[in-house]
Design a protein around this ligand. Structure first.
Ligand code: FCA
Length: 338
């Protein structure tokens, strides 16, 4: 007969036995097999096509390797930290993240460490409490400054090709300077325009409050109101959404494709513009790779969790300029289109 004093230890032993039976069932105890592994992929703006494409390629990596991937849209700090706890409770051993706020870096890392999880940042690099990039966390981002300079140079070349009068032309730069990768891009754009010879006093910044098409539209409308005399516009920003918002604002004020040259960074959201039968002011974009940012980060994390292979600390991906005349060929060659 079990006495009361014996019941608790007995239950504890039973519970342990159940847990161990669970362990024993798993193939290859110790060395993990692919199907045992669960990983996460958290993004700050799940509604943005870039992030949906990152998820698509991350999922492809999970399917190719036979592991489970949990995709979570985490749009603010509270959601990110709750999501990490939830993932840990489900047995997830590591995650790739594009954080909604780079200053959350230390909190995200602390949460991951407490839960014994590995962290890999993508697109937006964490900032430490000293305001410097957290370089000890593996990261894949775009080569933001070089890509920005390519955009600035390409805008200038197209402006020259169209023989526009500089005294009637302005540059509208939609900025989001609180995000370092965004600031590096727009600083690079402005630097290249100036280096090519475009007058600095005809370059106008409009700060978007959040990085969305409507916020860029609002920011551009302020620039247009302040610079009502300008007849031709060059537009750049940190991504396609920034440029698209400004193109829409200009259309609202009667500017057409003949008066506007917009060059984005991305290659996802702008495709609808290239597919239109009549060109819009969205002239080109610097194509970046959601395939590399989604597939390769996930694959690196998978190898890290499964085999203990340390991922490269910092990968910076390149961009390729595309427009409506060549985007299909280039995107197919890059594995971004069927
Ligand atoms: C940032 C931007 C995204 C995309 C990505 C590579 O996260 O918000 O639009 O450009 O970098």
């Amino acid at each position: 007969m079990l006495t009361k004093r014996m019941i608790i230890p007995t239950l504890a032993i039973l519970a342990l036995a159940v847990v161990c039976a669970g362990c024993a069932k798993k193939p290859g105890n110790g060395a993990k097999s692919g199907s045992d592994i669960k990983l996460g992929f958290l993004v700050k703006q799940p509604e943005e096509l870039w992030f949906q494409n990152e998820w698509k390629f991350a999922q492809k990596c999970a399917d190719d390797n036979g592991f489970e991937l949990k995709k979570i849209g985490a749009t603010d700090g509270e959601k990110v930290l709750n999501a990490i706890d939830n993932l840990a409770a489900q047995g997830v051993k590591g995650f790739v993240i594009c954080t909604p706020d780079v200053k959350l870096g230390p909190a995200i890392v602390a949460k991951a460490v407490t839960n014994g999880m590995k962290v890999y940042s993508v697109d937006d690099q964490f900032l430490g409490s000293d305001g410097k990039p957290m370089t000890m966390i593996p990261h894949m981002g775009i080569s933001a400054s070089a890509i920005g300079q390519n955009v600035g140079k390409s805008l200038y070349e197209e402006f020259k090709k169209r023989k526009w009068d500089v005294n009637e032309t302005g540059v509208c730069v939609i900025t989001f300077e609180e995000l370092p990768t965004a600031k590096e891009r727009t600083d690079g754009e402005i630097a290249a325009l100036k280096a090519a010879g475009f007058p600095e006093n005809r370059i106008f910044k409009g700060a978007e409050k959040v990085a969305t098409i409507p916020a860029a539209n609002d920011a551009a409308n302020i620039v247009l109101t302040q610079q009502a005399k300008i007849k031709k516009w060059l537009i750049c920003s940190m991504n396609d959404e920034g440029v698209l918002g400004a193109v829409r604002a200009m259309e609202g004020q009667g500017f057409t494709a003949a008066d506007v040259i917009g060059i984005g960074i991305g290659g996802s959201t702008c495709l609808v513009e290239f597919e239109k039968s009549k060109p819009s002011g969205f002239y080109a974009t610097c194509l970046i790779s959601p395939k590399r940012h989604g597939y390769e980060t996930t694959e690196n994390l998978y190898k890290w969790v499964k085999d203990g292979i340390q991922p490269p600390k910092d990968i910076r991906t390149k961009g390729i300029m595309i427009n409506r005349s060549n985007y299909k060929t280039i995107m197919k060659a890059e594995g971004l289109m069927d």
